[in-house]
Structure formats: C-alpha cells, structure tokens
Write a protein that binds this ligand. Structure first.
Ligand SMILES: NC(=O)c1ccc[n+]([C@@H]2O[C@H](COP(=O)([O-])OP(=O)(O)OC[C@H]3O[C@@H](n4cnc5c(N)ncnc54)[C@H](O)[C@@H]3O)[C@@H](O)[C@H]2O)c1
Length: 347
C-alpha cells in the first residue's frame, strides 16, 4: 500500500493516550490516526482533537469511515471479541486487539472463525512478543524450548497511573483503588483480572516453552495491594508467574527459561515505557550471547508488524489457533488460581 496507513482506534482510554498515540506519532511515515471512537463523547472529541482524528461514539460509524484501513481495539476487555469480529468483517486491512483477545473459549473460537472467513490479519497486543530482542533470540532457543524444566515470568510495576501521567495528560483517567471490603469473592475476581490483564502479556512467551499438556496450579496467592503469585506444573515443567503493582519497588519485567545446560534471561521494558528493546541473555554450552540495543521495543514492534501485514508480509502475524491456545491457557490458570488463592500483604 502506498502512503500512510489510516488507523481507526476503538476506546480512547489511558492505553491509547499514553501508549498507542505516542507510538504512532513516532511511526508517522507509516501511519496516520484518522478516526477514534469512544462511548464517552468528550473523550472521543478531546483525544481525537489532539491528533486530528474524526471522533465517533458508535463503532459502526468508525468502521464505515473509508479513511480507516486498520482498526485497533483498545476498549475494556469485555468488548474485545464483539468489536474484533465487527472490525474483521468490515473489509479492513488488519486488526490489532489489546490483550486479552476475549473473555472465553466461545468468543475466541468465533474470532478464529472470523479470521478464517475474512483472511484479515489479526494481532494481539502482547507487546513483548514483538520485542526485537525476543525475536532475535528465538531462532537460537529451539532446544531450550523443548527441554526447559523451569519457567519464570515476573512483573513488578507501579500502578498504571504513574507511567500514564509521565507520558501524557490523561483524559478520563480512573486510578485503581481497592474496595473497602477485600473478601474472597473480590480476591478471586482480582486473580482472574491479574492473569487476564497482566500475566497474559507473557503467556505466549511462556507457552513457547511448554509441552502440550494441561496446567496444574499447585499454589496461588493474591498479593495486596494488587498482584498474584502462582506456581504450576505443565507436564514436567515448573512454571512460576508473579505480578505485583506496588508503588515502592523498582519496576522490573523479567522472563527466565532454564534447562540442564542453558538459561535464557530477558529484561523487558515495563509497560507504558517507550524505550529501546529488551535485553535477552542466552547462556548455554557455547557461551553467552546478548540481544539488545535495538532502538524500539514491542509497542513499535506490534505496529510495525501491522504495517508489514498490510503490505503482504505476514511473518509476524500469529496463527489464530495460537491466539486461542494462549487465551485458553490464561483462562485455565486464572480459574484454578481463583479457586486456590490465599492472601498475602506485600510490604
Ligand atoms: N499493552 C499494554 O501495555 C496495556 C496496558 C494496560 C492495559 N492494556 C489494555 O488496553 C485496553 C484499554 O485499557 P485502558 O486502561 O485504556 O482501559 P480503560 O477502561 O481505562 O479505558 C478504555 C476506554 O474505552 C472506553 N469504552 C468503554 N466502553 C467502550 C466500548 N464499548 N467501545 C468503545 N470504547 C469504550 C472508555 O470510555 C475508556 O475511554 C484493555 O484491554 C487493557 O487490557 C494494555
């Protein structure tokens, strides 16, 4: 396609304002934001006005706009499936959906069927799967992927509002607050929210190292003020997933895969951070190799993958069956963790 690719964004919350609009501004040679839809009219008008995009309050109006070539679904989770399917069927060139893709297996299957029917490329915004350091190390870890015995995903961040406020002046921001009563039902809901909202970023990377077996969650704790510590076995592989939103700790986003003779450690950039790539360090019997220093991370990576797909290169477009499997794994972990969880306060 010649000229800029026209982007239509659905849902104009903090993630769009602090992540996608700055990213697309850096990629102005590839993209122009032409339309923006939010059910909140003032948000659509204010955020759309910042980037010269037509504001809409109805999805069908954004999808009918001929200036929109690709659609990004950035609304709250529960609307993703229905909006992704509508965008796939609207004759657009590609769709980017923020994580999670959907809230259940039925929805995910309907999305996979819509991709098969329309042939439109669909990418889920698990941004680290598009990080150049991860993509760089991937061809070298075939053996580690089949014989890793331990996998760790650890995400420690401040609450989103801190990074959002550093990135932009957010319109219609709703900071996270614990309710007055933190009961079992709330903790179980938060466990699901933690897995589907945060752990899910790394699920495709975790799954790349797992055998085709069901997860068995052996321990799960809800961490106050907001987090989870979950341990599971998948076949013979031990998997630890840890996530914590907490103001004091140093932000860190780490992934680790370990086998008898190799270790992969990745330091990813925290969410909301517009920076260079992750640092991936692979140590095996041949020595240590480090992948780093690419000037962009996965936020640009996913949009570059969309541009490539629009221009016929689908190398980074995932198989929809994998997107469904990623979601199934996350839902299974979330369900088991919600049943098992205990509470720990983290100081
Ligand atoms: N990739 C990342 O690093 C990252 C980080 C945080 C959140 N997210 C994801 O981004 C998405 C949006 O997150 P957020 O924090 O901006 O959410 P939010 O709920 O704060 O804001 C979403 C916006 O969508 C609007 N909205 C509500 N219902 C809508 C509908 N039916 N159609 C269109 N718009 C609607 C709201 O008015 C709001 O402006 C979520 O799916 C979340 O999981 C991604």
């Amino acid at each position: 396609m010649t000229g800029q690719i026209g982007v239509g964004i659905v849902g104009a919350g903090p993630v769009v304002q602090a992540i996608h609009l700055p990213t697309l501004a850096r990629l102005a040679d590839l993209f122009a934001v032409r339309a923006l839809m939010d059910v909140d009219e003032a948000t659509a008008a204010l955020v759309g006005g910042r980037v010269g995009a037509s504001p809409y309050t109805r999805l069908e109006d954004l999808l009918a706009d001929p200036a929109v070539d690709v659609v990004a679904i950035c609304s709250p989770h529960k609307f993703h499936a229905q909006q992704v399917i509508a965008a796939l069927r609207a004759g657009k060139r590609a769709v980017l959906c923020e994580k999670p893709l959907a809230m259940g297996r039925d929805e995910a299957d309907l999305i996979a069927a819509a991709v098969a029917e329309t042939g439109v490329p669909l990418i889920v915004g698990a941004m680290h799967t598009f990080d150049p350091a991860w993509l760089g190390v991937l061809p070298l870890i075939e053996q580690l992927r089949s014989n890793a015995h331990t996998i760790r995903s650890s995400i420690v961040l401040p609450f989103n509002a801190r990074f959002e406020d550093w990135a932009t002046e957010v319109v219609n921001q709703k900071p996270f607050a614990l309710p007055d009563v933190v009961d079992d039902a709330f903790r179980a809901r938060m466990m699901e929210f933690g897995v589907l909202g945060l752990a899910i970023h790394d699920i495709p990377i975790v799954r790349a190292f797992l055998p085709d077996a069901d997860p068995l969650v052996t321990a799960a704790a809800f961490l106050e003020p907001f987090g989870y510590a979950i341990t599971m076995r998948v076949g013979d592989v031990l998997v630890d997933v840890f996530g914590l939103l907490q103001p004091q700790w140093q932000p860190q986003w780490e992934f680790e895969a370990i086998s008898a003779d190799a270790r992969l450690h990745i330091d990813f950039t925290p969410s909301f951070v517009h920076a260079g790539s992750a640092v991936a360090t692979l140590t095996d019997t041949k020595g240590t190799q480090v992948f780093q220093d690419v000037p962009h991370n996965g936020y640009e990576g996913e949009w570059r993958a969309i541009a490539a797909a629009v221009n016929g290169d689908r190398a980074l477009v995932p198989d929809p069956a994998d997107l469904v499997q990623d979601l199934m794994l996350a839902l299974d972990i979330a369900d088991q963790a919600a049943d098992l969880q205990i509470t720990q306060e983290v100081k």
